[in-house]
Design a protein around this ligand. Structure first.
Ligand code: NAD
Length: 261
């Protein structure tokens, strides 16, 4: 049985993934602000370093895989924009870099990063925002969206996920990762009914946009449904999956971009 680190394990899709992996007999080291084996704040460099160290201490010399689900949805205000940037992008990339040697030691580790279908459905995210994330310039990544006013949160969010997927695809094929047998892939959910989405549905300012967002399959996805994809992407059936972003969104991406693939 395998040992997996799962961030965002206290809620929503991270929790559903952790539950599913545990039910299959695996050991899960959850990382979250609460209700987890490792309590850590992934919005600060110190919190991320503490999470890296604590997971390595709990896992021992090898980590068979990781699921990076901690994240925040769009919101308003300077502090919220900072948190989205810090947790969604740096809270994924820095942890994976810190765990890389332990993942390599497993000789065939698999990693599932949580991206989003906002990577393909939020139009005109500035290349300045994405470049700033990839260069590690969190202040510039946030500042580059300021002209969007009250919509800045949606652009920091989509920018963080586009940069994450781009980082993942670049790293996936490099010797440090695939050369060490580590398969990096991303799942890109659409509207999944978790506490994150529920908060947006409960907010009169955002509810209309969520409810009118086209989902050809109808309704919302479930955390358990996405957890099944995560388990599959960690399984031997996914040995040939490298650097892919799997969109699971009830058809929203296909609706907007039928001819782009
Ligand atoms: P959720 O809010 O239910 O769970 C997110 C978890 O991340 C929570 O347990 C939270 O405590 C943790 N987290 C937040 N900030 C943290 C911090 N500073 N340090 C440590 N942990 C922190 O959300 P969810 O909907 O399950 O989202 C999981 C992932 O999927 C996120 O990355 C999100 O961006 C992405 N996503 C969600 C949706 C959706 O519709 N729900 C769609 C696309 C992508």
């Amino acid at each position: 049985m395998a040992i997996y680190a799962v961030t965002g394990s206290a809620s929503g899709m991270g929790r559903a993934a952790a539950d599913r992996l545990r039910a299959a007999g695996h050991t899960v080291i959850g990382v979250d602000l609460r209700d987890a084996e490792v309590i850590a704040d992934l919005s600060t460099p110190e919190g991320r370093r503490a999470a890296i160290t604590a997971v390595l201490a709990a896992a021992g010399p090898r980590l068979d895989g990781a699921v990076l689900a901690a994240g925040l949805g769009p919101g308003k205000g300077d502090e919220r924009l900072r948190l989205i940037a810090e947790v969604n992008y740096f809270g994924t990339v820095e942890l994976l870099e810190g765990w890389r040697e332990a993942l390599a030691a497993a000789g065939g580790a698999k990693v599932v990063i949580f991206s989003s279908n906002s990577t393909t459905t939020v139009p005109l995210v500035s290349s300045r925002t994405i470049r700033a994330f990839l260069k590690g310039d969190r202040a510039k990544a946030v500042a580059s969206t300021k002209l969007m006013g009250d919509n800045a949160g949606a652009f920091v969010y989509a920018g963080s996920k586009i940069a994450l997927t781009r980082w993942m695809r670049r790293a996936a094929v490099r010797a440090e990762w695939i050369g060490a047998g580590i398969r990096l892939n991303a799942v890109a959910p659409g509207a999944i009914l978790t506490p994150l989405l529920q908060a947006q549905l409960d907010d009169p300012e955002t509810a209309g946009a969520i409810e009118s967002f086209p989902v050809p399959a109808g309704g919302f996805g479930t955390p358990e449904g996405i957890a099944a994809w995560v388990e599959f992407m960690l399984s031997p059936a996914a040995d040939f999956l490298v650097g892919s972003q799997i969109i699971v969104d009830g058809g929203t991406d296909a609706y907007f971009r039928s001819d782009d693939w």
